[in-house]
Design a protein around this ligand. Structure first.
Ligand code: PBG
Length: 325
């Protein structure tokens, strides 16, 4: 043989060498914890399909938020589970609605120590379970929904949210929300757009988490899993409309989209490691089939490596503890 043998293993010999050349970081500040708060709950309610995750009471939510701030994680994303739902999801816009009350509670608890984010969508609040209001023919009415999102955005900002996360995949939702916020004087409230959001079987456990009443699917507004370029197009559109950050969701089945979005935009990119991705690891670990903690850290690292600056994960608090060891 001519010349030296190339030996990449030299840089893997010790942990210190591996740390020296590691390309990807995983830090608590890069993680966002999604949480559920259930109206009227007096005890935290476990979510069967998401072992370890609960629907919080107002009180237990405040504690979880304080703990998250203490752990130095990057943010908390709130979802509300209302007691009553209706056709237009009116509880979402009501200052006394469960989500808006929870935003105010958490903001009072953590102040500026932890960014408070709110899911801005109607599916938790509508009796039909769709992310928007329905037209007479039963389809989701894009522009009528934007009018509701505008009111919901202002209500969330007024409650004290730092960041709003529109997740309904209506066309023009970022521009509508930005305009509503600015008009109401909330120019400092940021928008984290769920930009490339795919219709996914992996949302299954989330539907239990929010007591969803959805019949059917969301394929007329969420994206088709066969499309990569469309995900990039959606992200670029949201940046043009004023999004401060964009998101790809789900994460694991869409790491190629995530990489491409990261390369295409110049704003922070988030990825949502969703309920089904969480539950798969938990279920396999409960069966003794995989090493749970190693699988969690490998999962989160893979999402960072693919290009996410920020990872939304139900493991945020635990991962922060693991990383601290
Ligand atoms: C919509 C929304 C969903 C999730 C976050 N926001 C559900 C959906 O679009 O069907 C899913 C999150 C998860 O599965 O962990 N408000």
């Amino acid at each position: 043989m001519d010349g030296p043998v190339v030996r990449p293993r030299r840089l893997r010999r010790t942990k210190a060498l591996r740390d020296l050349v590691a390309e990807t970081t995983l830090e608590p500040r890069q993680l966002v914890l999604p949480v559920f708060v259930r109206e009227g709950a007096t005890e935290p309610v476990p979510i069967g399909s998401m072992p370890g995750v609960v629907q919080h009471t107002r009180d237990s939510l405040r504690k979880a938020a304080a703990e998250a701030a203490q752990l130095g994680i990057g943010g908390i994303m709130l979802f509300g589970v209302p007691e009553t739902k209706d056709a237009t999801g009116s509880a979402g816009c009501d200052p006394q609605g469960v989500l808006n009350v929870a935003i105010a509670d958490v903001a009072a608890e953590v102040g500026d120590a932890l960014p408070v984010m709110a899911d801005l969508c109607l599916d938790e609040f509508t009796d039909h379970g769709h992310c928007g209001v329905l037209a007479e023919d039963g389809s989701v009415d894009n522009d009528a929904t934007l009018a509701v999102y505008r009111r919901m955005a202002v209500a969330q900002a007024e409650a004290g949210a730092d960041v709003l996360g529109p997740s309904g995949m209506m066309d023009g939702q970022v521009a509508a929300i930005r305009d509503a916020l600015d008009t109401a004087g909330h120019t400092d409230v940021a928008v984290l757009a769920y930009s490339a959001k795919y219709a996914s079987a992996f949302y299954g456990p989330f539907r239990e988490a929010v007591d969803s009443s959805l019949q059917g699917d969301r394929r007329t507004y969420q994206q088709d899993s066969r499309n990569r370029l469309e995900g990039v197009r959606e992200a670029l559109l949201d940046v043009e409309e004023g999004a401060d950050m964009v998101m790809v969701k789900p994460a694991l089945a869409y790491l190629d989209v995530l990489r491409e979005v990261r390369d295409a935009v110049r704003v922070p990119v988030a990825a949502y490691n969703i309920s089904g991705e969480y539950s798969m690891v938990e279920a396999a670990a409960a069966n003794g089939w995989i090493d749970r903690e190693a699988a969690i850290l490998e999962t989160l690292t893979s999402i960072r490596r693919a290009g996410a600056d920020i990872v939304l994960t139900y493991w945020a608090a635990e991962a922060a503890t693991l990383l601290d060891r």
